[in-house]
Design a protein around this ligand. Sequence first.
Ligand code: GLN
Length: 278
Amino acid sequence: MTINEVIKKGIYELKENNIDEPTLKLRMLVSSVLNKPKEFIMAHGEYVLDNSQEKDVMEKIEKIKENIPIQYIINNQEFMKLNFYIDENVLIPRSDTEILVEEIINTYENKRVKILDLCTGSGCIAISLKKYIPNAEVYASDVSKSALEVAKINAKRNDTEIKFVISNLFNDIINKNFDIIVSNPPYIKTKIIDTLSKEVQKEPKIALDGGIDGLFFYRKIIKEGYEYLAHGGMIFLEIGYDQKQELIDIIKEDKRYKFIESKKDLGDNDRIIVIRKE
Ligand code: GLN
């Protein structure tokens, strides 16, 4: 079959199974199986797949039908123009999170800063920070050993030097004096998780579940992080679209920090907050 035929057949099957964004997923899939850029797939519809490529595509279409996210099937996701190896052990990097990373890059470009990324998952935040702020010294931690293995693969793939620590938040972090603590921690309320899309539910629960009110990790990072920050050090956090006010309340109550700013994502939702140790 040609690229066009395979994609057409795939779109039909995915639509039958009520799968969202069938065209996008098919293009990503065929591009991955043929190991060619998406532009090639779009421009060369008449290109003929060999038997093993065709079989591979068909098997992977079956996985898409089971609501497995395409990124877990092709083991890849782009983030900050870099390529990341992705599997079921880690949350899939989101473009919303790029806002968080860009804010840090814009503030600290060329600076010699010491950064700690908590709940690193795939390592997308830590690795892209190191890539775009080469003078930074970047530490990254996660409680999940299997997530940290994925992050290590990604550090190697992107040729970046990251200091990885397996740790439940600050428990095993011995370094201090960080200029920046950054995190996109789990922030979904436990009881909401069952109502999320079937695809999101294939992502690790441990990466989604922020406790009863979704704020468990923020409270701990803000409370314990103080001791790990240099004077004037900053905390950059990704937050849920409806969590800004609650975060501001936590910071007010704490009294040791100053609220600096919040930023919205492309969907116009509050997405990050920045606070400073006073
Ligand atoms: N820090 C990782 C990311 O932004 C993982 C986040 C998480 O698992 N909650 O993708």
